[in-house]
Design a protein around this ligand. Sequence first.
Ligand code: RET
Length: 247
Amino acid sequence: AVNNQTLQITTHGSDWYWAVCAVMVCSTFAFMGLAVTKPRTQRIFHYITAAITMVASIAYFSMGSNLGWTPIPVEFHRNTPQAHGNYREIFYVRYIDWFITTPLLLLDLLLTAALPWPTLMYVILLDWVMIVTGLVGALVASGYKWGYFAFGCAALAYIVYVLVFEARKHANAMGRDVGKAFTYCGSLTTLLWILYPIAWGLCEGGNVIHPDSEAIFYGILDLFAKPVFGALLIWGHRGIDPARLGL
Ligand code: RET
């Protein structure tokens, strides 16, 4: 039942996906290059950050090649609202990327704030709940997808609470430089992460914007959430000895 008339597929998006892939690859080399200029005991944040852009490179390689997606029936069609039996291209590969990289981003932030490991573990657990509910919601062809979305948003609300209150307080207590590094990176993360469910609602959820626009929206978010965040974090850690954070 899937043909070119009824499947909304990205065409121009592919070039943009390749461009983002290139930035992710270059950032990975840059972060690893910076790592090897430091003694081994000073490299932890470089390694975590490089791992994030490395995984994203592969996800964007997949999407640039128009792989890692599956057609999902949508009830509302953006061009022909009266039509039923239409399909949208859903990139499940994003969620495999996010399942690996969002815990690493949280690790970057929570290790900076020197939170105890049990806190780290349950924030990451909630993060996994958020990503998996987003994936299931994107793949199910029914209005129940918004139920999964609501569970995911509740998980995000808890993560934001930990970042804005507990982790910020903890980071400030570790010293002015740590507090500053955390405030920059934590604020960027809080702002960006709240935009992801908005993108989801317009793309996977409501099928309001075309997959070409989805490519731009998620692409810009990912560029800020990974390479820009990573550069800011590594810059923030100049002059901070990881030993001071118990690492
Ligand atoms: C979903 C849908 C379900 C509800 C919520 C979501 C949030 C996703 C987020 C993703 C962050 C991704 C990052 C990627 C790395 O670059 C899964 C879209 C709340 C916050 C930072």
